[in-house]
Design a binder for this molecule. Structure first.
Ligand code: IMP
Length: 427
C-alpha cells in the first residue's frame, strides 16, 4: 500500500522532523496536513541544519514533491520567507506545491491573537502567536480568505472588506487598538501573489494520481496528538487535528490507501505552553532532561516543560491513530540516571485509571502511578545498532513497546540520520 502517516504522539516536539526526514528516503511525496507555521521541525541532513516551520521536511530530497494540503493554514508572508531561507541553504524549492484551498493567515489574525491571549490573563493558552486559532476560527465561520483568493484581486478585496469591517470594530472598540487598512493589505498580498502562484496546484488531484501510479506518499503531522482540537487536552490544544484520520480529510484522499501509521514517541515527554501534564518533573531531573535534550521551542524559543514517559498517554495515542509502529526518539537524553520511571496509569478522585480519563477535571487532578527501571550511565549517541545499547536501555525500550502495545521499529540516539537504530522484532 503506497501511503503512510507519520505523527507526533505527545504534545509536539517529539522529533518528527528528523523522523520524517529519515523515512522520507523511501517516499515520493511528503504532505503536511494541518497547522501552519506554529510547528518547528529541525532537520540535520548532509551537514545542513534546517529549521522548518511550514514547509514539509521532505524538501531536503530532490526526488520528493513537498505538498501543503488543503487543511493547513498558510501565512503567505511566512511561506515566502521560509522558501527563501531554504533556498539560501542550497535546497531547491521548486518541488513545493500548495493547495489553493488552504486558508490564509491574515494580519488581523496575528493582531487579534496577541490581544485575546493578553485578555485571557492567567487563563492564557500560551499559543505560538502565529494567528493559527483565529485563522481556523474564520475558516469554520466561513469568512476566511484562501490561497486561491490571491489570484483574483476583486474577490480578495471584496472578502477582505467584509471581514475587516468586523475585525476592525473588535480591534478598536474592544481592545483599543488601531484599525487595519484594507488598501495596505490588498497591496501587500497582491505583491505576494506572484511569488506564490507557481507553487499552487490542485494537490488533491495530484496525490490521487500519484497513489494510482503506485507512488509512495507520506503524510506528515505537525504538533502532536495531545494538542488535537478534539482529542487533546482541550482547551490547551492547537486549533487543528494532528490525529491520523485528519490527514485524509485534509488532503482529500481515501482511507483505503493507508496501511502504515508511524507514531513518533519521545523517550520522555515535554510540553510547551499551559495545560495539564501529570508526569511533569519540576526538579533537577526535569532540568537535566531539558538541558540534555535542548528542550527549547524552535518557533518561540520557550523552555519546554519536561517529564517521565507516560505509557498511559502512549496507549491513548495508539488507539486514536491506529498506530502500526513506534519510532522512539531522544533515548540518549536519558543516559546518566540511576533509575528511570515510566507512568503506567493514574490515580485521581480515589480511583485508578489505566487510560486517558474521560473528564478533563480528572486528568487535571491525576497523579501518576510509576514503574521504576534501572537506568544506564553510558552515553549512547555513538551506538549504531540496537544490540550496542546498554542492556538497561534495551529493557527500557522493550518496556515502552510492551506498555503501549505497539512495536518499536526505530530508536533514535541523536539528531543525525545515522543515529537511528533499527529495532529487531523480539518475536
Ligand atoms: P497554537 O498552535 O499557536 O494555537 O498554540 C496552541 C498550543 O499548542 C500552545 O500550547 C502551543 O505551545 C502548542 N503548540 C503549537 N505548535 C506546537 C509545536 O509544534 N510543538 C509544541 N507545541 C506546539
Amino acid at each position: 500500500m503506497p501511503a503512510s502517516i507519520v505523527l507526533g504522539t505527545q504534545w509536539g516536539d517529539e522529533g518528527k522532523g528528523k523522523a520524517v526526514d529519515f523515512l522520507a528516503d523511501r517516499v515520493d511525496y511528503v504532505v503536511r496536513y494541518q497547522g501552519g507555521n506554529n510547528a518547528g521541525h529541525t532537520v540535520i541532513a548532509e551537514g545542513r541544519l534546517l529549521k522548518l516551520q511550514l514547509i514539509p521536511s521532505g524538501i531536503l530530497y530532490p526526488h520528493i514533491t513537498s505538498v501543503i494540503a488543503d487543511g493547513v493554514v498558510v501565512d503567505p508572508r511566512h511561506l515566502i520567507k521560509e522558501m527563501d531561507q531554504v533556498r539560501e541553504t542550497g535546497v531547491d524549492v521548486s518541488r513545493l506545491v500548495v493547495s489553493g484551498n488552504a486558508h490564509m493567515i491574515m494580519p488581523y489574525h496575528l493582531e487579534l491573537e496577541k490581544v485575546t491571549e493578553r485578555f485571557l490573563g492567567k487563563n492564557a493558552l500560551g499559543t505560538t502567536k502565529r494567528g493559527i486559532g483565529p485563522a481556523y476560527g474564520d475558516k469554520a465561520a466561513r469568512i476566511g480568505l484562501r490561497i486561491q483568493d490571491l489570484f483574483d484581486e476583486k474577490i480578495f478585496r471584496e472578502k477582505l472588506e467584509v471581514v475587516l469591517r468586523e475585525k476592525n470594530l473588535i480591534l478598536t472598540k474592544i481592545y483599543n487598538r488601531l484599525p487595519l487598512d484594507a488598501d495596505r493589505i490588498v497591496e501587500e498580498y497582491m505583491g505576494l501573489a506572484e511569488r506564490v502562484q507557481p507553487h499552487v496546484i490542485d494537490t488533491g488531484a495530484l496525490l490521487h494520481q500519484a497513489l494510482i501510479d503506485g507512488k509512495q506518499v507520506m503524510f506528515e503531522g505537525a504538533q502532536g496528538v495531545l494538542l488535537d482540537l478534539d482529542h487533546g487536552t482541550y482547551p490547551f490544544v492547537t486549533s487543528s487535528n494532528p490525529v491520523a484520520g485528519s490527514a485524509l480529510a485534509s488532503a482529500g484522499v481515501g482511507p483505503h490507501w493507508v496501511d502504515r501509521v508511524v507514531g513518533i514517541m519521545k523517550a520522555y515527554i515535554t510540553r510547551v505552553g499551559a495545560g495539564p501534564f501529570p508526569t511533569e518533573l519540576v526538579d533537577d531531573v526535569g532540568e537535566r532532561l531539558g538541558t540534555r535534550g535542548k528542550e527549547f521551542g524552535t518557533v518561540t524559543g520557550r523552555q519546554r516543560r519536561c517529564g517521565w514517559f507516560d505509557a498511559c498517554l502512549g496507549r491513548y495515542a495508539a488507539r486514536l491513530n491506529g498506530l502500526t509502529e513506534l519510532l522512539v526518539t531522544k533515548l540518549d537524553v536519558l543516559s546518566g540516571l540511576d533509575t528511570v520511571k515510566i507512568c503506567t496509569g493514574y490515580r485521581a478522585y480515589g480511583q485508578a485509571f489505566d487510560d486517558m480519563p474521560p473528564h478533563q477535571s480528572v486528568f487535571h487532578d491525576a497523579s501518576p502511578i510509576y514503574e521504576e527501571l534501572e537506568g544506564w550511565h553510558e552515553e549512547i549517541d555513538e551506538c549504531r545498532v540496537f544490540e550496542d545499547l546498554p542492556k538497561q536501555a534495551q529493557v527500557y525500550v522493550r518496556r515502552m513497546e510492551e506498555l503501549v502495545g505497539v512495536p518499536v521499529s526505530i530508536v533514535s540516539v541523536g539528531p543525525a540520520r545515522e543515529q537511528s537504530l533499527p529495532v529487531p522484532d523480539p518475536r
